[in-house]
Every structure is written in C-alpha cells, then in structure tokens.
Design a protein around this ligand. Structure first.
Ligand SMILES: Nc1ncnc2c1ncn2[C@@H]1O[C@H](COP(=O)(O)OP(=O)(O)OP(=O)(O)O)[C@@H](O)[C@H]1O
Ligand SMILES: [Mg+2]
Length: 167
C-alpha cells in the first residue's frame, strides 16, 4: 500500500501518465500525492546557447519559477478527471535547481513511499529508452522508483527476434 507518492512533473505526456498511475496506486487507501515541478533556470546553457544578462536575471527569479511551475502543475492536474476513484489529498511543490538532485532530495524530505515518474520527458533525443533525469533518479533515490510511459517505444518493438530465449 502506498501512503504517499512523489510525482515529478515536467509537462511531458509521460509525466501525466505517471500522475494517473500514481492516482491508481494511491486510490486503495487514498494516499497522499506530492506533485513536484523542478525548474532549471538555465536550460539554454546546458544546450551551449548564449543567454543575455536580462534573460538570466528573469529566468532565475523566484516569481518566474513559481508562475511557470504553477502552469505546468495545473496542466497535469487537468488531465486527472479521466481517472476517477482517487479522492485523496494533493500537495504541490515548485523548486529551482537540478531536476534529478531535487527530485531525490524532495523524496527524502517528504518521506514518500515511492517516486512515480515518466521514463521520458520533454527532451529531444529519443534514441535512449530512458531520459537522463529518470536514469539518475532510479539509481540514486532511497525509495522505490516506478517509471512509466504511454506508448511502446518504436525501437523497443522493432526487433523482437533479437531477444535470446534461454529455454
Ligand atoms: N524539471 C523536471 N521537474 C519535474 N520532473 C521532471 C523534470 N524533468 C524530468 N522530470 C521527470 O522525469 C521524467 C523523465 O524525464 P527525463 O528528463 O529523464 O527525459 P527526457 O526529457 O526525455 O530526456 P533528457 O532530459 O535527458 O533529454 C519525466 O517524465 C518527469 O516525470
Ligand atoms: Mg528532460
């Protein structure tokens, strides 16, 4: 039974699926759901792009982080009516920083039973089965981590004959 779950939301379809799965996992005992959006203020810098001083100051502002994070979490909550049966409590958290580190730290702070997250997010590079944030969180978190995705990945279904049968 899951008494409390952390659902990291980046606005991606997989993270919305994760929220719906979390509702189903929490429904039997109406466990508490913590939605978390982590805002990396400088994604441009990770992509090697330039950032003006004005843009950097605006991006780092707590108000900007909160307003944009709120929108992301509200959009995720809007996807919920299609999964009735959960009437428990939601809590929302918006933080600035490195997504993976912050997700792991929040899971510890909130003492959740598990993290339910998307296996992929908003990243453009879809060649890998799992994104860098879910990869790091699954390796570092001190609690259970459940990664979910909506659609079968194309490259995961292309060559079933490549699986080795040991029987
Ligand atoms: N900034 C974030 N805030 C909250 N949750 C996040 C954030 N970024 C990612 N996540 C969570 O991690 C899951 C996987 O996203 P991840 O970023 O690992 O994949 P990706 O975007 O496809 O790849 P990458 O970011 O490595 O290019 C998302 O579905 C979401 O649950
Ligand atoms: Mg990502």
């Amino acid at each position: 039974m899951f008494k409390s779950l952390l659902i990291p939301i980046d606005g991606s379809e997989d993270s919305h699926v994760a929220l719906n799965v979390a509702c189903q996992l929490a429904a039997p005992i109406q466990g508490k759901l913590h939605l978390l959006h982590v805002r990396d203020p400088y994604p441009q810098l990770h992509r090697g792009e330039m950032l003006s001083v004005e843009a950097a100051i605006k991006a780092a502002s707590v108000e900007t982080a909160f307003a944009e994070g709120r929108k992301v979490l509200d959009r995720a909550l809007d996807t919920l009516p299609s999964f009735p049966g959960y009437n428990g409590e939601f809590d929302t958290h918006i933080k600035q920083g490195s997504p993976a580190k912050t997700i792991v730290a929040e899971a510890e702070r909130l003492k959740v039973d598990a993290i339910v997250m998307g296996s992929r997010g908003l990243g453009q590079f879809k060649g890998l089965m799992i994104g860098s944030v879910s990869h790091k969180v699954t390796h570092v978190a001190n609690c259970r981590v459940i990664c979910v995705h909506e659609k079968p990945r194309e490259h995961a279904t292309q060559a079933p004959h490549e699986f080795v049968d040991f029987d």
